[in-house]
Design a protein around this ligand. Structure first.
Ligand code: COA
Length: 192
């Protein structure tokens, strides 16, 4: 019997469909703060850096988009977008970085990360962002429309190559800008 035909496969698919219908996405509220910390501590275990990064960015008012995913009454995931600094001679540009995104280990692969990112990108569009960058697995982020940033002359401080990706929210912006993308100083601070 193939894995696809096995009864547990059908039951997993059904479970995932059930979870998808119960996911709600909304803006972060003050009561979510300890739950968001827990999401990142568990998603990135054993690294505490991502949970710390969220708190540093929130405390310095740089969390321009911060969304939680709830499954029934439980916070199961969180995504944050913060402004990037783009040194360019070609004029001003409002770019944000997607980081971090985390989903509780027991809730992964059920569409929660996808919903968070899709809603996050929409919120970024809504507040007038020109572009979004991300450092991560190209296989995952390409499904949202992210492409290799290096191909558009965008550099990063981490010497990342295909993992450094960009998505334009304002049509044509990637043809007009190039240069070094810097994340907020809180990213380095969170690593200490
Ligand atoms: C990455 C993460 C946010 C994705 O959220 P999720 O709810 O599990 O993902 P979704 O259900 O929306 O999407 C599932 C798909 O993503 C893929 N995927 C999940 N995590 C991935 C990862 N780290 N790298 C590449 N692909 C990944 C799965 O294989 C699956 O692929 P398929 O649709 O082809 O079967 C979540 O798995 C997580 O918190 N991981 C630990 C922390 C982390 O690595 N964060 C991202 C840092 S860049």
């Amino acid at each position: 019997m193939s894995a696809e035909a096995h009864p547990w496969h059908a039951s997993l698919k059904k479970q995932s469909r059930n979870v998808k219908s119960k996911i709600t996405i909304r803006r972060e509220m003050p009561e979510d703060i300890p739950l968001i910390r827990r999401v990142h501590e568990q998603a990135f275990h054993p690294s505490p850096n991502e949970a710390r990064l969220v708190e540093l960015l929130r405390d310095s008012n740089k969390a321009v988009v911060s969304l939680v995913a709830r499954v029934e009454d439980r916070v199961a995931g969180h995504v944050l977008f913060s402004p990037i600094l783009l040194e360019t001679d070609q004029g001003a540009c409002f770019g944000v970085g997607l980081a971090p995104v985390g989903v509780l280990p027991g809730c992964q692969n059920q569409g929660i990360g996808t919903r968070l990112i899709e809603h996050g990108l929409q919120a970024c569009r809504h507040i007038g962002c020109d572009l979004v960058v991300v450092l991560g697995n190209p296989k995952y982020y390409s499904r949202f429309g992210f492409v290799c940033a290096g191909e558009y002359g965008l550099e990063n401080e981490y010497n990342a190559e295909e993992e450094f990706m960009v998505m334009e929210l304002r049509a044509g912006i990637l043809r007009r800008i190039a240069g070094l993308v810097k994340y907020q100083p809180e990213f380095k601070e969170a690593e200490c």
